[in-house]
Design a protein around this ligand. Structure first.
Ligand code: APR
Length: 254
């Protein structure tokens, strides 16, 4: 209880100060909305599927239809899901203290945005967005034609494939998003880390960056993560149960 009260005091004290609270979220943030995480034993996607086959450009080029179908299934899961109490608590805090919260997410679902954090910084892209596999050499560029049996949507003239707008392993993060996330981690007074194993860089590096610049680091995760050593306080709980306790303001109900 002591850690929760202390963490809550830090988060509430940040209210009203521009950029004082940086929040980094991972797949655990959406777990209670029914979207599987990546590395949880048994239920995690990478416990059931090979990321080299399904989340890399090489894998997509080798089996475009299989990869496309796998993302189509995940997209359906995202469309069926609803933001949980954790997503809503972050959106409520942002409404109550405009400009205080900078939300950085590794998640490719749109639950933060649907809850009200339209300006969330997306480090790993958007699973509901399409983009071309390669830049098109011609002018005007590629025009997608619908998927045909055994082939994802592609350009009718140069066969360029449509791929999901996510960052695959071995790919660079979008530079503007990474730069904004780094600035936010450097300028915050409190870094709140929710539902990430801290296994993937450069996202995980944002936490040590914030700590090195004097921020208080708080972690919300029901299980140990690879970045617990960076935390001043670790709250062993879930996103949907713990974030309302941390973020909801007594004024919110007034
Ligand atoms: N609430 C909070 N945390 C949770 C919950 C929950 N309900 N359920 C699970 N967790 C925690 C797990 O304990 C774990 O530490 O969420 C974390 C999920 O870790 P990962 O599955 O590794 O997901 P993430 O850290 O987001 O992965 C980073 O890896 O595969 C790539 O690009 C993908 O963005 C992803 C990146």
């Amino acid at each position: 209880m002591q850690d929760l009260a202390a963490a809550r005091a830090l988060v509430q004290a940040a209210g009203g100060r521009p950029g004082a609270l940086c929040v980094l979220t991972g797949a655990g943030m959406s777990a209670e909305s029914g979207i599987p995480t990546f590395r949880d034993a048994l239920t995690g996607l990478w416990a059931r599927f090979d990321p080299a086959e399904l989340a890399s450009e090489e894998g997509f080029r080798a089996q475009p239809q299989r990869v496309w179908d796998w993302y189509a299934e995940r997209r359906e899961g995202v469309r069926r899901a609803e933001p949980n109490a954790g997503h809503h608590a972050l959106a409520g805090y942002a409404r109550l203290w405009p400009g205080t919260l900078v939300l950085v997410t590794q998640n490719v679902d749109d639950l933060h945005q649907r809850a009200g954090n339209a300006d969330a910084i997306r480090l790993h892209g958007d699973i509901l967005a399409d983009r071309w596999l390669q830049p098109c050499p011609r002018r005007p560029g590629c025009r997608p034609v619908d998927a045909s049996p055994g082939r994802p949507p592609h350009c009718g003239e140069c066969d360029n494939l449509v791929r999901p707008g996510v960052v695959w392993f071995g790919e660079e993060l979008p530079a503007p998003a990474l730069a904004a996330a780094r600035r936010a981690s450097e300028n915050c007074a409190v870094m709140l880390v929710v539902g990430t194993s801290g296994a993937v860089w450069p996202a995980a590096g944002l936490v040590s960056r914030a700590r090195q610049r004097g921020a208080q680091v708080l972690i919300v995760n029901p299980a140990p993560s690879e970045i617990d050593d960076q935390a001043h306080r670790v709250l062993r709980g879930t996103a949907a149960r713990t974030l309302p306790l941390l973020l909801d303001s007594p004024r919110a109900g007034a």
